[in-house]
Design a protein around this ligand. Structure first.
Ligand code: ZN
Ligand code: FE
Length: 240
């Protein structure tokens, strides 16, 4: 069985939006800005039928309206964010299943960064759109939740298959790696990955996607063994 194609589209200063494509189905994830997406879609002759939002922050939704108007797409977003995300056509929550080509996209509630944050998981293609929950070697700030909530959300993602590809909302990888090294200076995989992402960024290349397996080896937030340890690392990162 073939897997869905993901096209990474840099938007704003350090955000990534994504085009998900399989068969004749096209989705856009977290359009923080419309123009770069319209450019990529039109270039490839793709027409999205659905837009997926992970959370209400404007760097993830500001392009919704332009894309909905231009392509007549439907907007899928968290049910609990009806008041903060205009124009929702299909409100979703934990366990909602969205059909996409010959596979499914499953919604996972992952509160903490914002109260209504969700992730989109394609179990068949082994793809996760993580929004601002997990970054390469990092995780989102607990803006609207406690560190404990964020930890619980990340634990859910850790239960997915290790080979799952993670597509996150920002290119924060190099500074995240530098922070991780302050927590685990002797982690060989982390040392090697830091060198590798430095090269990528020096050449202006994206470091995304990552995989759950790589994150388990190098992301100090996923490596925390308790909510307390996680909260302590989250606080250190806030002051890094
Ligand atoms: Zn955010
Ligand atoms: Fe963001």
């Amino acid at each position: 069985m073939n897997t869905a194609e993901v096209i990474l589209v840099p938007v704003l200063s350090d955000n990534y939006a994504y085009i998900l494509h399989k068969g004749d189905q096209v989705a856009v994830i977290d359009p923080g800005q419309p123009e770069p997406l319209i450019y990529e879609l039109d270039n490839r002759d793709l027409t999205p039928s659905v837009i997926l939002n992970t959370h209400h922050h404007s760097d993830h939704i500001a392009g919704n309206k332009a894309l909905l108007d231009k392509y007549g797409a439907r907007l899928v977003a968290p049910e609990s964010e009806r008041a903060r995300i205009p124009g929702i056509n299909k409100a979703v929550k934990d366990g909602t299943i969205i059909e996409f080509a010959d596979e499914t996209i499953e919604v996972i509630d992952t509160p903490g960064h914002t109260s209504g944050h969700i992730c989109y998981h394609l179990p068949q293609s082994k793809i996760l759109f993580a929004g601002d929950l997990i970054f390469a070697m990092g995780c989102g700030r607990a803006f609207e939740g406690t560190a404990e909530e964020l930890y619980a959300s990340i634990e859910k993602i850790k239960a997915l298959p290790a080979e799952t590809e993670i597509y996150c909302g920002h290119e924060y990888t190099l500074s995240n790696a530098e922070f991780c090294l302050t927590v685990e200076p002797d982690n060989d995989e982390l040392i090697a990955r830091h060198k590798e992402v430095k090269q990528y960024r020096d050449n202006n290349l994206p470091t995304i996607p990552t995989t759950l397996e790589k994150e388990m080896q190098t992301n100090v937030f996923l490596r925390a063994k308790s909510a307390e340890e996680f909260a302590d690392i989250r606080q250190k990162k806030d002051n890094f």
